[in-house]
Ligand binder design. Structure first.
Ligand code: RM4
Ligand code: MN
Ligand code: MN
Length: 431
C-alpha cells in the first residue's frame, strides 16, 4: 500500500467505526426500551463458539473439476495458521479446528500440539474417512466399509477408527464424528437390513474404544455417493444407531444432508427432545450436499434452528451440549472469506434467536394466536443485529467487518508469496 492509499483506508475505517458506534447506540436504546439488556446480549454472542473444518481452507471441487486459488495451505500447520486468523478476526468465535484423518495425518503430533499452542487453536471432533481408499491400503472400500459383507474389510475400517481416536486423544479432541458413504447404487446390490446391522455392530466396537469423556457422533446423509440406498440415510437411522450404542453416542446434523424441503428445525427439535442432538455441521444448500456458506440460501431456516437451540438452553434441557462445527466446500470463494462470512452468519442467527421473547411466544401458542406467535419470531429475525455482533467481536480484538478486514490485511498476498504451488497431491477435494 502507498502512503496515500493507507491514509485513505484509515479514514474509511474511522468512518465505519463511527457509523458502527451510532448504530450500536441506537439499537442498544431500542432493545432497552423492549426490556432486553444489550450488554447481556453482547456477552452471550461472545460465548458462541464454532469449530472450523481443516478440509475447508483449500478450494474444494466437484467431480467436474477443481479451480484452486493462490496461497492456499498445503500442510496442517498452514491450515492451522489460517484457522487462527479466522478465529482472531471473528473475536475468538472459532477457537478450534476439526481434523480429518488421514487427510490431516501428521508424523509428529507433538509438533502439531506445539503449533496449536503457539496459534491459540484447540481441536474439536476428529473425523474418520472410510469413503476413499488410501495409497497402500490392503482392502478396498468400493463396496462399503462398516457395511461390507467381507469381515476383513470391516476389520480394517474398525482399525482405522481406533487410529483416529488415538490421534484425537493425542491432540485433546473429545469426540469422534463418523460419516459413512456406505450404501448401494442398485436394488439387490446389498441387503438393506444386513448392511445396517453390520454398521451397528462395527460402531459398537468403536464406541467401546472411546475414552470415557468422549462422545461419538453419527452423521446421516440421504444420498451421494450411494444413489440408491445409503445405510445411514436419515436422522431416524442415525438415532437408532445412537440409541443402540449408548449415552455418549449422539446424532450430528449436517444442514446439507437432507432431501429438499425437509424441515431441519423439526429434526433438531426431535433429537433435542430425546437428548440425542450431538452437534452440527453448518453450511447451506439449495439442492443437496452443496456445502455453501451458512445463511447464504436459507437464512430463516438457520435462525429457526438457532431458535430451537436457544430455547433448549434457556429451558436447561438435560444434557444439552451441542458441538457446533462448520462443514463447507469452497469452490468459487476464497475459503477464508467464506469461513469468515459463515461465522458472522452464525453469530447473527444466534443473536437473533437470543432476542426471541419466549414467554410471549408461549402465551400466543397457548391462546392459539397464530399471527402473533409467528410475529414474535419474525420480530427477532427481522432485527438488524449487525451492530451487536460487530461490537461483540470488536471488544475481543476481532473485526467489525471480518471480510473487509481480511482483504485490507494483505494476508492472502503474503501467503501467496510464502506458499508457492500447492504440493502435488496436497489438499484433498471435499466430497
Ligand atoms: C461428507 C460429510 C462429512 C465430511 C465429508 C468430507 O459429505 O459431510 O461430514 O467429513 O463430507
Ligand atoms: Mn458433514
Ligand atoms: Mn456433507
Amino acid at each position: 500500500m502507498t502512503a496515500t492509499s493507507e491514509r485513505l483506508a484509515g479514514l474509511e475505517a474511522g468512518r465505519a467505526e463511527r457509523a458502527h458506534e451510532r448504530d450500536f447506540a441506537a439499537l442498544a436504546e431500542r432493545l432497552e426500551g423492549e426490556g432486553i439488556a444489550p450488554e447481556a446480549l453482547v456477552a452471550e454472542i461472545q460465548r458462541f463458539e464454532v469449530a472450523l473444518p481443516s478440509w475447508a481452507f483449500a478450494t474444494g471441487g466437484t467431480r467436474f473439476g477443481r479451480f484452486s486459488g493462490a496461497g492456499e495451505p498445503r500442510t496442517l500447520r498452514e491450515k492451522m495458521e489460517d484457522a487462527a486468523l479466522v478465529n482472531g478476526l471473528t473475536g475468538g468465535a472459532a477457537p478450534r479446528i476439526s481434523l480429518h484423518i488421514p487427510w490431516d495425518s501428521a508424523n509428529d503430533l507433538e509438533e502439531v500440539r506445539a503449533d496449536a499452542r503457539r496459534l491459540g487453536i484447540g481441536f474439536d471432533a476428529v473425523n474418520s474417512n472410510t469413503f476413499q481408499d488410501q495409497p497402500g491400503q490392503p482392502l478396498s472400500y468400493k463396496l462399503g466399509s462398516f457395511s461390507n459383507p467381507n469381515a476383513a474389510v470391516r476389520r480394517q475400517a474398525i482399525e482405522h477408527h481406533l487410529h483416529v481416536i488415538e490421534v484425537g486423544k493425542a491432540v485433546g479432541s473429545k469426540a469422534l464424528t463418523v460419516w459413512l458413504a456406505d450404501g448401494s447404487n442398485y436394488p439387490g446390490q446389498m441387503s438393506l437390513r444386513g448392511s445396517f446391522e453390520r454398521v451397528r455392530e462395527c460402531l459398537h466396537e468403536v464406541y467401546a474404544a472411546l475414552p470415557d469423556d468422549w462422545r461419538l457422533f453419527t452423521e446421516h446423509k440421504p444420498y451421494e455417493p450411494a444413489f440408491y440406498a445409503t445405510v445411514v440415510q436419515d436422522w431416524g437411522s442415525s438415532l437408532l444407531l445412537a440409541q443402540s450404542l449408548g449415552d455418549r453416542a449422539q446424532c450430528l446434523v449436517d444442514l446439507g444432508h437432507h432431501l429438499p424441503n425437509a424441515n431441519i428445525e423439526l429434526i433438531v427439535a426431535r433429537l433435542l427432545g430425546v437428548g440425542k442432538l450431538g452437534g452440527f455441521h453448518f453450511n447451506d444448500s439449495k439442492y443437496g450436499d452443496d456445502d455453501l456458506t451458512a445463511g447464504s440460501i436459507k437464512p430463516y431456516v438457520l435462525f429457526l434452528i438457532f431458535h430451537e437451540l436457544v430455547l433448549a438452553a434457556r429451558e436447561r434441557l438435560p444434557g444439552f451440549d451441542p458441538a457446533y462445527m462448520i462443514d463447507q466446500s469452497h469452490n468459487l470463494k476464497d475459503p477464508i472469506e467464506s469461513l469468515l462470512q459463515t461465522v458472522d452468519q452464525l453469530q447473527q442467527a444466534y443473536a437473533k434467536a437470543c432476542l426471541v421473547n419466549h414467554a410471549r411466544l408461549a402465551e400466543y401458542q397457548t391462546s392459539g394466536d397464530v399471527i402473533m406467535a409467528e410475529r414474535t419470531l419474525k420480530q427477532a429475525y427481522e432485527t438488524d443485529v449487525r451492530p451487536l455482533v460487530g461490537e461483540a467481536r470488536r471488544r475481543r480484538g476481532g473485526a467489525l467487518d471480518p471480510v473487509l478486514a481480511f482483504r485490507a490485511s494483505g494476508y492472502r498476498a503474503q501467503k501467496t508469496a510464502e506458499r508457492p504451488a500447492a504440493a502435488a497431491g496436497g489438499a484433498p477435494t471435499h466430497l
